[in-house]
Design a protein around this ligand. Structure first.
Ligand SMILES: Nc1nc2c(ncn2[C@@H]2O[C@H](COP(=O)(O)OP(=O)(O)OP(=O)(O)O)[C@@H](O)[C@H]2O)c(=O)[nH]1
Ligand SMILES: [Mg+2]
Length: 250
């Protein structure tokens, strides 16, 4: 099975080589048919140069770097990458090393199964190692509840934003043309599309290297933007439902 992993990368000078090294090493052992595609979401620092010279100097020919000048957001970067891959299984993972690598192992074990089309981790899974403060738990739970209220998510989805997702190519080909969100709500948008298409999603435990309270995606500005995006997605869902009801085909 050929695996394509897209890595949306924004201002990660300090961490990105660690992520490259461990992904390359791990996949060489467990699934050597792979490609890593780093999408540099804006040439705003030295991340692109650092990655390119490391890849060249160490002959890492299964890794490549693509991107564009202006910062656009995680969603844009994920779409940009997923349109340029060749795998049978296509996914994305964060550019830092917050996620323990064994989470990817769990995801790979599931996605190879014939009847599995999408795999996502969850902090709320009973085997997950994530310990959250009550405040953090309430925040995360609130965000998931908002997603569930507004969107058409498969029942098995209990967490949205964990930085790893894997999909079968046949499914992502159907989903990709319908995606528009540029920001962090891309995760909500993809899961909503999968729900609309009626595919199931398998949930695995999320193993984290450290507990963070200061995630970039959870600052107030990002949260407002994310909520706005989720509500706009829910309006689209209603539009489709009404069209379905009246059998309107565009
Ligand atoms: N913050 C941010 N992340 C982006 C952007 N575009 C792509 N990304 C990537 O999206 C992924 C998820 O981001 P987060 O983990 O929420 O944010 P982060 O920048 O890693 O910051 P931390 O919360 O400190 O981990 C990372 O791989 C980022 O590099 C962007 O415009 N802003
Ligand atoms: Mg991060």
């Amino acid at each position: 099975m050929k695996l394509s992993l897209v890595i949306p990368t924004y201002k990660k000078e300090r961490e990105v080589l660690d992520q490259l090294e461990r992904l390359y090493g791990y996949l060489t052992r467990v699934n050597p048919d792979f490609e890593l595609i780093f999408v540099i979401d804006g040439y705003v620092d030295r991340t692109k140069d650092i990655l390119e010279s490391y890849i060249t100097n160490n002959h890492l020919d299964k890794a490549r770097v693509i991107g564009y000048k202006k910062n656009q957001g995680k969603g844009y970067a994920v779409r940009y990458g997923m349109k340029r891959v060749h795998g049978d299984v296509i996914g994305y993972i964060d550019a830092d090393t917050d996620i323990q690598i064994r989470t990817l192992g769990y995801a790979l074990n599931e996605i190879v199964k014939d009847d599995v089309y999408a795999v996502i981790p969850s902090k709320f899974h009973k085997n997950s190692n994530v310990e959250m403060t009550l405040k953090r738990k309430m925040f995360s739970y609130g965000l998931v509840s908002i997603n569930k209220f507004f969107l058409n998510l498969p029942d098995s989805v209990e967490d949205i934003g964990c930085g790893l997702k894997l999909f079968k190519k046949s499914l992502i080909k159907k989903v990709l043309p319908n995606l528009h969100i540029n920001g962090f709500a891309i995760d909500s948008e993809i899961l909503n599309e999968i729900g609309n298409l009626g595919y199931p999603i398998v949930t695995i435990p999320f193993f984290m290297n450290k507990n963070r309270s200061d995630s970039t995606s959870t600052n107030l500005k990002s949260i407002y933007r994310m909520l706005g995006d989720i509500i706009s997605l829910s309006k689209n869902n209603i539009h489709y439902t009404i069209n379905d009801l009246f059998l309107v085909r565009e």
